[in-house]
Design a protein around this ligand. Sequence first.
Ligand SMILES: CC(=O)N[C@H]1[C@@H](OP(=O)(O)OP(=O)(O)OC[C@H]2O[C@@H](n3ccc(=O)[nH]c3=O)[C@H](O)[C@@H]2O)O[C@H](CO)[C@@H](O)[C@@H]1O[C@H](C)C(=O)N[C@@H](C)C(=O)N[C@H](CCC(=O)O)C(=O)O
Ligand SMILES: Nc1ncnc2c1ncn2[C@@H]1O[C@H](COP(=O)(O)OP(=O)(O)OP(=O)(O)O)[C@@H](O)[C@H]1O
Ligand SMILES: N[C@H](CCC[C@H](N)C(=O)O)C(=O)O
Ligand SMILES: [Mg+2]
Length: 484
Amino acid sequence: MKLKELLHAIPVKQLEGPLEVTVESICFDSRIVASNSLFVAVRGVHTDGHLYIEKAIGLGATVLVVEELPEQLNEAVTYALVDDSSYVLGLLATNFYGDPSKELKLVGVTGTNGKTTVATLLFNLFDNLGYQVGLISTVENKIGDRIIPATHTTPDPIALNKLLREMVEEGCDYCFMEVSSHAVVQQRIAGLRFAGGIFTNITHDHLDFHGTFDNYIKAKKKFFDDLDRYAFALTNADDRNGNVMLQNTFAHKKTYGLKTMADFKAKVVESHFDGMLLHIDGHEVWVKLVGGFNAYNLLAVYGAAILLEQETVKVLTAMSEIAGAEGRFETVRSQSGIVGIVDYAHTPDAVENVLETIRDLRSAGQQIITVLGCGGDRDKTKRPEMAAVAVKLSDKVIITSDNPRTEDPLAIIKDMEAGVDSRDRKNVFTIAERKEAIRAACHLAQPGDIVLVAGKGHEKYQEIQGVRHHFDDREILEETFNEQ
Ligand SMILES: CC(=O)N[C@H]1[C@@H](OP(=O)(O)OP(=O)(O)OC[C@H]2O[C@@H](n3ccc(=O)[nH]c3=O)[C@H](O)[C@@H]2O)O[C@H](CO)[C@@H](O)[C@@H]1O[C@H](C)C(=O)N[C@@H](C)C(=O)N[C@H](CCC(=O)O)C(=O)O
Ligand SMILES: Nc1ncnc2c1ncn2[C@@H]1O[C@H](COP(=O)(O)OP(=O)(O)OP(=O)(O)O)[C@@H](O)[C@H]1O
Ligand SMILES: N[C@H](CCC[C@H](N)C(=O)O)C(=O)O
Ligand SMILES: [Mg+2]
């Protein structure tokens, strides 16, 4: 692509060097620069892309996008000076891939919990309605039936626009994607055109990255601030910050809720371990998901489908047939009648919701044994809160390891234990090896009891010191149940 074309509508403050250049690829990591590429120097959390400019030139970069010009300019290359290289990277990625988000209907989902569930349900719903659909999520990316492994909840702008271009080429009418707060702050979605945005909820998470809860709210809100007036913005009216999210959006504002006045209303009529009966906008529908939180997720899905001009009855019929995402409230039963549940709850609010749901569904005498750990290199302040809520709502808790990443698993466990009241200690055990913790929970359980294994959901690995070892909560539950 000609550099002139690639720079279309890019806010460049100063251009040094030749403009008649052909760019064959764009890149923001010097380690994978190819010849005749454009390298964008981005300032990150750990290092600064500007330190790798020479390396990028050495590997064949002919255009450099920078926030600061080097003292010595190389005459053979072109430098584009910009204010915000992360933002410009987003715009360049959309230009390079021919602005794919404008050729399909892209709907983004943001919020602390429920993004994967809502995006996956929308994917499954529109697939069921007969459309060719794309999905970008924590669990996996999909183009129709084709699965493309996911690396992030929201990919970097180059991977994202490349995926969207493939979706367009493969005839996708819609794409449903998760928009993480990291992605908003790091401008991974800059330049995309959204047909709609959905807000699920905001509670404690990622304060390591955002610093304060207020900054975390601002990050999510920016997604709605940047929507245009042709888009819809659908918010959770029951969430304390649901209205704040839409305060400054140009988009068409709509609300959903179970408790307060809203454009889309629902009520949970019946709840069972294998589904719920919902009353939605005057209709009754059986769904395969359980838990009040999933009633919110399903209502958001319903609202979005209506705003995307689908017919009510067709939508409700399809909603009764679709399943949610892998590793979210997945049940495994033992021969002796122990119920194992694998769930991706990794925030205090999610742990609370999933346990409240189990408490509502259990019969008298059924004990709840929870196995829980917290991830390393992530918000430390959520650790005691997650442990406290698990202890409050379970009969027994086994504190264990999640993905310690570069941290010491025992230090993470100690942070969690700080949230346990001394009066509750007798019901709390610590087993650092996650596999042993799950096995112990299964052995402690009596027929009829419920073993909740929280935090890792669909994940098929445990990350320890940069190495991902195979690990699957569900597999361990099944193995242990088979031995019993
Ligand atoms: C904290 C965070 O979001 N980090 C992301 C960020 O990395 P970073 O800021 O650490 O980058 P850095 O290492 O400082 O490097 C700065 C720049 O120098 C470049 N560089 C670096 C080294 C080198 O030799 N050459 C070079 O050019 C890098 O490519 C980068 O452009 O930019 C990288 C490139 O896009 C991401 O891969 C990386 O995600 C890391 C792996 C990560 O774990 N992110 C998580 C926290 C995340 O993003 N999570 C959210 C979901 C959260 C949720 O849903 O709950 C997500 O959307 O997945
Ligand atoms: N609407 C909701 N409100 C509160 N908790 C929820 C909601 N939906 C799901 N959960 C809980 O949060 C967990 C994660 O759900 P999901 O994967 O859909 O969230 P997410 O926002 O995609 O998370 P991530 O930030 O990791 O991408 C679920 O396993 C469940 O315990
Ligand atoms: N998207 C979330 C996933 C957390 C999952 C949990 N298993 C952990 O490792 O903390 C994050 O990156 O914070
Ligand atoms: Mg997700």
